[in-house]
Design a protein around this ligand. Structure first.
Ligand SMILES: Nc1ncnc2c1ncn2[C@@H]1O[C@H](COP(=O)(O)OP(=O)(O)O)[C@@H](O)[C@H]1O
Ligand SMILES: [Mg+2]
Length: 208
């Protein structure tokens, strides 16, 4: 189970970890993009963090929807609307909830991933955040269905996410700015896959 307090902790940890890794994410985006991913994510989650106090008494669906709106309006770039859609779709599925069961967490990840794919049309292997979100969602769904406790399922998801990030290195980008580089995008870790890994790690840390 994830309490509302843990959901707030997740969003707080997202802010912290994206601030800590801002320079690194921007470096990754310097190699195959336009050197703004760290700044984009930090700007967005700083604003999300700043509004938490004002929205913390809403239901979890509404908290995610407010988070989505803030990300869409402040992050910019490709990643703002994509992460915004993640939280928007997750929020739609969790409307009215005051806490999340383990299964709700799997539902949240699936809805978020489907939203990102619907919006960005990336497939597995296109060298995007989806290369982390797909294996993470599948892993968590499988574990939760098998009755694995949430924190354990999410601990494994962090490993799966890390592997997903590594797996983006040899890929040629097919979506987003990095795709303009064609073959020259090979050999670099995808920035959005990396921020997704940080967000999943924050979720795990909030669940413990
Ligand atoms: N169509 C897409 N679907 C999924 N993820 C995408 C797509 N396009 C870009 N991304 C992700 O967005 C990241 C770049 O984000 P960011 O630098 O913030 O935006 P921009 O590319 O507009 O500067 C990429 O590393 C990739 O993971
Ligand atoms: Mg960029």
């Amino acid at each position: 189970m994830l309490t509302k307090e843990q959901v707030i902790t997740w969003l707080t940890l997202c802010h912290e970890v994206l601030e800590e890794n801002k320079t690194w994410l921007t470096q990754l985006d310097t190699a195959i993009g336009d050197a703004d991913h760290g700044n984009n994510m930090n700007r967005g989650f700083k604003k999300v963090y700043a509004q938490l106090d004002a929205i913390k008494d809403k239901d979890i669906g509404a908290i995610f929807k407010a988070t989505a709106m803030t990300l869409i309006s402040t992050v910019g770039g490709a990643s703002g609307p994509l992460y915004g859609t993640f939280f928007l779709q997750a929020g739609n599925k969790l409307a009215g909830k005051e806490e999340l069961t383990d299964n709700d967490v799997a539902i949240m990840l699936r809805a978020g991933l489907d939203g990102v794919v619907m919006r960005g049309k990336a497939q597995a292997g296109d060298k995007t955040m989806v290369d982390v979100l797909i294996p993470v969602t599948e892993s968590v769904e499988q574990d939760i269905n098998a009755g694995t406790p949430l924190a354990e399922a999410l601990a494994k998801a962090v490993e799966v996410a890390e592997q997903g990030v590594k797996d983006t290195i040899p890929l040629v980008a097919k979506k987003g700015r990095a795709s303009y580089l064609g073959e020259r995008s090979r050999g670099h870790q995808d920035p959005g896959a990396t921020s997704s890994r940080l967000i999943i790690e924050a979720l795990f840390n909030a669940s413990r």
